[in-house]
Ligand binder design. Structure first.
Ligand code: ADP
Ligand code: ZN
Length: 720
């Protein structure tokens, strides 16, 4: 069964594997079960009913709340050669008759409808039509709209409960990105689903990189970011209508073609801006949160919050509009505590203390998230009730570097506290004494000590961090029993007598979005391919990404397929698209390759396919590729280093990038024992981003390059 589903997926949509719970959802639908599928925005909900629609004999009816979205989906299906249509109030009655006739005669696989179709005087007539075609499946998109508990209640959705009454034998699949329990139950109840199978996918969006930056000269930072991302589309959210206009205007003054969007514009104007954005004619939109609902653009590369959002739900939904195609995308928020003060006045709801209190709590959590010292992704996922590791490798915190600080004085304070309390206590007690805790468990005589309260300059966690590092570096010892008593040793006295300095890893320098490297595909070729795509799109009057997604173009610019056979292996090229657009893209790739003396790199693509997860890290850079080629040609590392005039460690660092992708294996570079020793050190530091602390734990002869390799290997093992 699975093979058959994969075949249909590849043939019709050009994808190699299923994402999240897609496969299980589809199998259940094909088993005639009612299903509730909860997936994050961009998770790939559409395939969950589109693929069954192709396999079932008959018509699948899709209920969708937004006319703009319907049209987009139908265009995308047409681009894959699938017979689909929509019915809505923008069409003439002749047009509508034609489509209904097509449905009756079996000429359609999917029909999209707005829920209000089933209401009012026309409702009866419409039901007769549905009876005639007798759908094989109902798909209810944005199903949370049926719930008062959800964030987007639409009364016309309530009417959908008739579907089960009128078509008791037809399975229903409800889909949404809203996760909470109340909404889930409401959907099941109101749609009258029968013993539904509920699938909840992880809310993690691994390809979105989260950054929070202090709001100093936010405009300047935005300009710099945009200059580094000239070819990318993105949204900048701002709080007020006036500021969207102001920011967009200032961007245009510095030569960036940005447009504003807010609910105060008339609807024709708004539609125009939205359409131009969808079609890639405008790359940057500066908008209030009015912008986004109904935007189904898969290649949004960045979402910037110029102002702090009111709550994490909103922030996550807005950032979730980035990277629906699975490619790396950035979410950048400019934070100032001043924004929180401003928002506090904003969010108060007159005469409703209870609602105001809820809003204030959510704002406090937003602030906490912005000020959080730790992995952003972990915070977000835990907020939504999911567990997550403390390191994601793709947020400003995890990508940041640790800074060393001279902590001799603090270490001296700690050591004297250990000594004065008689080397009889564990870390918690000693820290409490240092910080002058009033707790009863602190003995009265300890409250008289000179060290009592001299450590108020640091937080509890910071002291704990110092203890941990002093232990690691052997400046103190800990008893092996259950009491973990801290004791001084000979090395301690070096510090107490100021004969040795203590350098501790203290501060985290967070990574900045602007500073990130560019990816490793052929950038100029990508531009040419986008032009080829735009020509196709203009000819067919559809948005460019409907032809093929950016992901597919980036793959083309990375792997350089030279013929139809190779093109078939590029994600997003199903048989229909290979036939229809193949020659245009292949010709461009071939011409470019010839001009630059490049050849097909498809062998990398094939190896990559074996990886389980597609998380789209930045591709290897050219210099890494050169090292790889030489290594594959059989040259020893020192030879490569000499020829390239670099150190062996640097070459090892290059090759580490291919351990990350699975193209090389660590066993090609060092004996197992060595790899295990390094991995033990990595585990001991509890992180995989800063290399220095790991190096410090290892013998001299372990190089930085070898550590890089082991780190990549370690990360891969954690992921698989
Ligand atoms: P959602 O409705 O959940 O927000 P979509 O159904 O619009 O998401 O899918 C988001 C993007 O992911 C689309 O471009 C879609 O074609 C693509 N996609 C869906 N499933 C897969 C898959 N299995 N492999 C690769 N891309 C996929
Ligand atoms: Zn992280």
């Amino acid at each position: 069964m699975k093979d058959r589903l994969l075949k249909v997926l590849k043939h019709n949509f050009g994808y190699d594997s299923f994402r999240l719970e897609q496969e299980q959802v589809i199998s259940s639908v094909l088993d005639q079960k009612d299903v509730l599928a909860i997936m994050p925005t961009g998770g790939g909900k559409s395939i969950c009913y589109q693929l069954p629609a192709l396999m079932l004999q008959g018509l699948t009816v899709v209920i969708s709340p937004l006319i703009a979205l319907m049209k987009d989906q139908v265009d995308a299906l047409h681009a894959n050669g699938i017979a689909a249509a929509f019915l809505n109030s923008t069409q003439s009655s002749q047009e509508q008759q034609k489509i209904m006739q097509q449905a009756r005669t079996g000429g359609l696989k999917l029909l999209y409808l707005a829920p209000e179709r089933l209401n009012g005087g026309n409702g009866q007539y419409f039901f007769r039509f549905l009876k005639e075609v007798n759908p094989v499946l109902f798909a209810i998109d944005e199903a949370h709209c049926i719930s008062q508990w959800g964030h987007d209640f639409r009364p016309e959705y309530l009417q959908l409960s008739v579907l089960k009454k009128q078509f008791p034998a037809t399975p229903v699949i409800a889909l949404t990105a809203s996760a909470d329990k109340l909404t889930q139950n409401d959907i099941i109840e109101k749609l009258e689903l029968r013993q539904p199978k509920v699938f909840i996918s992880s809310f993690n969006r691994p390809n979105i990189y989260y950054y929070i930056e202090p709001k100093r000269n936010a405009f300047g930072s935005i300009v710099e970011y945009l200059r580094h991302h000239k070819d990318d589309s993105g949204i900048i959210y701002a709080l007020s209508r006036a500021s969207t206009e102001g920011i967009a205007g200032r961007l245009r003054e510095v030569g960036i073609a940005a447009m504003h969007y807010h609910a105060g514009m008339d609807s024709a104007e708004r539609n125009k801006v939205q359409e131009q954005f969808q079609r890639d004619e405008i790359k940057v939109i500066v908008a209030t949160i009015a912008f986004g609902m109904g935007i189904d653009k898969s290649n949004v590369r960045f979402v910037i919050h110029h102002d702090v959002p009111k709550n994490i739900e909103g922030y996550y939904q807005e950032t979730g509009r980035a990277g629906r195609d699975g490619l790396r995308s950035d979410a950048i928020l400019f934070y100032s505590a001043g924004d929180i003060v401003k928002l506090k006045k904003f969010i108060a709801i007159e005469n409703n203390q209870q609602q105001t209190a809820i809003a204030e709590k959510k704002l406090r959590q937003m602030q906490e998230f912005c000020e959080h010292e730790g992995c952003r992704r972990q915070y977000l996922l835990q907020y939504f009730g999911e567990s997550a590791p403390a390191y994601c490798g793709s947020c400003d915190y995890c990508l940041g570097e640790l800074e060393e600080k001279d902590a001799t004085v603090d270490a001296q304070k700690l050591l004297s506290a250990i000594s004065r309390t008689g080397e009889r206590y564990g870390a918690n007690y000693v820290i409490d004494v240092l910080r002058g805790s009033a707790a009863e468990k602190i003995l009265p005589e300890h409250k008289e000590l000179k060290v009592y309260g001299i450590g108020k300059n640091l937080k509890k966690e910071e002291w704990a961090w110092i203890v941990k590092q002093l232990l690691q570096n052997g400046f103190i010892t800990k008893s092996d029993d259950m009491y973990s008593v801290l004791k001084l040793n000979e090395k301690s006295w070096l510090i107490l007598r100021s004969e040795s300095q203590v350098k501790l890893v203290m501060k985290k320098h967070k990574a900045q979005a602007v500073a990130e490297d560019a990816p490793g595909y052929e950038k100029d070729l990508l531009k040419m391919l986008k032009e080829v795509r735009l020509e196709f799109a203009e000819r067919e009057h559809v948005p460019a990404y409907n032809i093929v997604a950016d992901t597919a173009l980036i793959e083309l610019a990375t792997y350089l397929p030279q013929n139809y056979d190779e093109l078939k292996h590029i994600s997003g090229f199903g048989d229909y698209k290979v036939g229809k657009y193949g020659s245009g893209f292949i010709n461009a790739v071939k011409a470019y390759s010839k001009e630059h003396g490049l050849e097909s790199q498809m062998h990398f693509r094939k190896q990559k396919k074996e990886r389980k997860e597609r998380i789209a890290p930045a591709g290897p850079s050219n210099t890494q590729m050169v090292s790889l080629k030489m290594f594959k040609a059989g040259l020893p590392l020192d030879e490569i280093a000499e020829q390239r005039n670099m150190t062996v460690s640097t070459v090892e660092g290059h090759l580490a990038a291919f351990i990350a992708t699975g193209e090389l294996n660590i066993s090609q570079f060092m004996p197992r024992e060595k790899a295990e020793t390094i991995m033990k050190a990595i585990k001991q530091t509890g992180q995989v981003h800063a290399i220095k602390p790991i190096k410090d734990l290892l013998p001299e002869d372990v190089s930085y390059g070898e550590i890089r390799m082991a780190m990549e290997h370690y990360k891969r093992m954690q992921m698989s």
